[in-house]
Design a protein around this ligand. Structure first.
Ligand code: 5GP
Ligand code: ZN
Length: 115
């Protein structure tokens, strides 16, 4: 938990969100500013600033994030044919919220390279 972190506030309920799924270590909610018909954020409940702060002991959290992404990718109809997981690290990569998160997007044709 980090006092100034918007995603920690979503986890503790002090900022509302449209929650989609929850497991022991992971929360999934709708992005407030979606860039695709389906745009979900998958976050660890533990405050991890970015991929660069990951520790070996976070392995269970990472596997849970991918497990949840895989389940949602199969169960949400708009994601079944194609979807993309994006994890930005650092401001020049577009990371604004300093609480590591997976964007899970789909429901439209996705172009490459992603900007
Ligand atoms: P980043 O740019 O850091 O990779 O992604 C942060 C994402 O969080 C953005 O897509 C932004 O729309 C989303 N976001 C920021 N604040 C909130 C919020 O208060 N609620 C929700 N649901 N999404 C947020
Ligand atoms: Zn946080």
């Amino acid at each position: 938990m980090s006092d100034n972190c918007v995603f920690c506030k979503i986890i503790n309920g002090s900022i509302p969100s449209e929650k989609v799924h929850e497991t022991t270590n992971v929360l999934v909610f709708k992005d407030i500013n979606p860039v695709a018909p389906v745009h979900l954020l998958l976050i660890p409940k533990k405050h991890i600033k970015s991929v660069n702060e990951l520790q070996h002991s976070d392995g269970n959290i990472i596997s849970e994030l991918f497990e949840v992404a895989s389940e949602l990718g199969k169960s949400i109809p708009e994601l079944q044919n194609n979807h993309r997981i994006i994890v930005s690290t650092g401001p020049d990569a577009g990371q604004v919220v300093e609480h590591m998160h997976f964007h899970l997007i789909g429901g439209r044709k996705l172009v490459w390279p992603p900007g």
